[in-house]
Design a protein around this ligand. Structure first.
Ligand code: HEM
Length: 463
């Protein structure tokens, strides 16, 4: 007879969403997340499904497993073909790089994102926020007090300018920035289709879609490369203190050498790619939430008036302006911009009786983690006070991970939080935010990031 210590533990069997149902879901771009949440709620926190009815993936909202993949045994989990395929368009910067090469790059670039570096960029962020809101205030004045904005369009423009200027200073004209932003949006949109609808790949090939998007990519890289080489050749004048200069000046610890030109371009591009749509989406959702929750606006404003008395905040003020930060954090809980992280198991592994075969694809489902009623009472409600010090925290580590976790935690986290906090504070200092009635229902669209399917309007009323 076997005693307990020698009895083989039967492997955990995961529930499955059948292929056909998975395929049907892949057509439901706009209500996919509530469907996934409801499925997890009814069958369990980890299940097997088929992306586009084709690729088998393990979808999980189990904090322990998420931590296992992202942190505890991260060496066994690389980004999957989903991210690797993206490098065809955006190159091999930090976000898409892997293994020893990624680690070397991360070590090289990390110091560029220390708190003090981010603090030094605060003035630039404020300048761009001001340039974005001032014309709206004037427009509102002319139009009798208020202006309706296309929220996602405006937030995308704002965050694109913030990251582009943080990397490249004032190198590009507004027209060039708009073109770069448009190129990126089109490239990303196409890439997501290749993932979500793999059955269309043959058609993409024959219809020349790949070639078309390769051309757009070449245009985007050309735009950035021209400016980088101008900077490299500029001698005499003091170079601007921006993120590009940080990349140019960085030297590998082992060799003392600088990055190659291709690597430099890849890293600069990846910062722009990773650094604008995520923040734009978070701010877009936040504006809607603030418009619908005026009492939260009162809290943020009352605190800001007490701390600042009408002057603009400095980086050092931000810790005293927690209410704006909690609203940002809660918006990212409800609408995590990176709603899903992809990983693949490099070797066989085991987690709590779950046998993981080499090659298993994982979808680390942050949206599911953030909406799980086991961790978040009234998960659908906007309650920024959940993030206040002293509020009861979710019992489980990794129940909240909008910036990922482990060694691949978002390198721009401090940058993004600072930027979003500043946007909220300035917006509410200048305007009342109101929801415009009579708009079509707002649906979310989970592409690479979680954006609204159709843009919506928010009314800004000058104060
Ligand atoms: C609300 C804003 C943002 C969110 C929610 C966000 C989220 C994330 C997440 C979840 C990851 C990890 C991906 C994974 O593990 O698969 C990540 C990585 C990354 N993010 Fe962000 N991000 C934001 C803003 C930014 C900004 C502003 C920058 C640049 C200034 C940036 C640059 C990066 C880079 C380079 C990586 C790859 C890091 C690595 O693998 O070493 N992100 N981000």
């Amino acid at each position: 007879m076997n005693d307990a210590s020698t009895t083989p533990v039967p492997p955990v069997q995961l529930p499955q969403v059948p292929r056909l149902q998975s395929l049907r879901n892949s057509f439901r771009f706009n209500d996919l997340l509530p469907i996934l949440d409801a499925t997890l709620e009814s069958v369990g926190d980890t299940l097997v499904m088929y992306i586009g009815g084709v690729r088998r993936t393990v979808l999980t909202r189990e904090p322990g497993l998420v931590q296992h993949i992202l942190q505890k045994n991260h060496r066994n989990y690389a980004k999957s073909a989903f991210t690797q395929g993206f490098s065809r368009y955006v190159g091999h910067g930090l976000l898409t790089n892997e293994g020893a090469d990624w680690l070397r790059q991360r070590r090289l670039i990390q110091p560029g994102f220390h708190r003090q570096r981010v603090a030094a960029l605060t003035g630039l962020m404020q300048e761009i926020i001001e340039q974005t809101f001032q014309p709206l205030a004037e427009q509102a004045q002319r139009a009798g007090g208020s202006v309706d904005i296309n929220t996602h369009e405006l937030m995308t423009r704002l965050t694109f300018r913030v990251i582009a200027r943080s990397v490249f200073s004032t190198a590009f004209s507004d027209a060039e920035l708009d073109r770069a932003s448009e190129l990126l949006t089109r490239i990303q949109g196409f890439y997501v289709r290749t993932i979500r609808q793999p059955y269309l790949l043959p058609w993409f090939k024959v219809s020349g879609k790949y070639r078309e998007h390769d051309r757009l990519t070449a245009e985007l890289r050309g735009l950035l490369a021209r400016y980088i080489s101008q900077r490299q050749q500029a001698t005499g004048s003091t170079p601007p203190d921006d993120l590009l200069q940080m990349l140019l000046d960085a030297r590998y610890e082992d060799s003392g050498e600088a990055m190659t030109d291709t690597q430099l371009l890849d890293e600069a591009l990846i910062l722009v790619v990773a650094g604008h749509e995520t923040s734009a989406n978070a701010l877009t959702w936040l504006l809607r939430l603030l418009a619908l929750h005026p009492q939260e606006v009162q809290h943020i404003r009352a605190e800001a008036e007490a701390v600042l008395g009408g002057r603009p905040p400095t980086f050092a003020d931000l810790p005293q302006l927690g209410r704006a930060l909690y609203a940002v954090q809660e918006a990212m809980r409800l609408y995590p911009p990176a709603w899903m992280l992809d990983r693949v198991a490099l070797a066989e592994d085991e987690y709590n009786g779950l046998r993981i075969a080499k090659g298993t694809l994982f979808s680390v489902y942050l949206h599911g983690l953030h909406h799980d009623p086991k961790h978040w009472p009234q998960p659908q409600e906007f309650q920024p006070a959940r993030f206040a010090p002293g509020a009861p925290k979710p019992l489980t580590h990794y129940a909240y991970a909008p910036f990922g976790g482990g060694p691949r935690l978002c390198i721009g986290m401090q940058f993004a939080l600072t930027e979003m906090q500043l946007v909220v504070l300035e917006l509410l200092r200048r305007f009342e935010v109101e929801w415009v009635e009579g708009q079509p229902p707002v649906l979310s669209e989970p592409l690479i990031t979680l954006r609204p399917k159709n843009d919506f309007k928010v009314r800004l009323r000058a104060r």
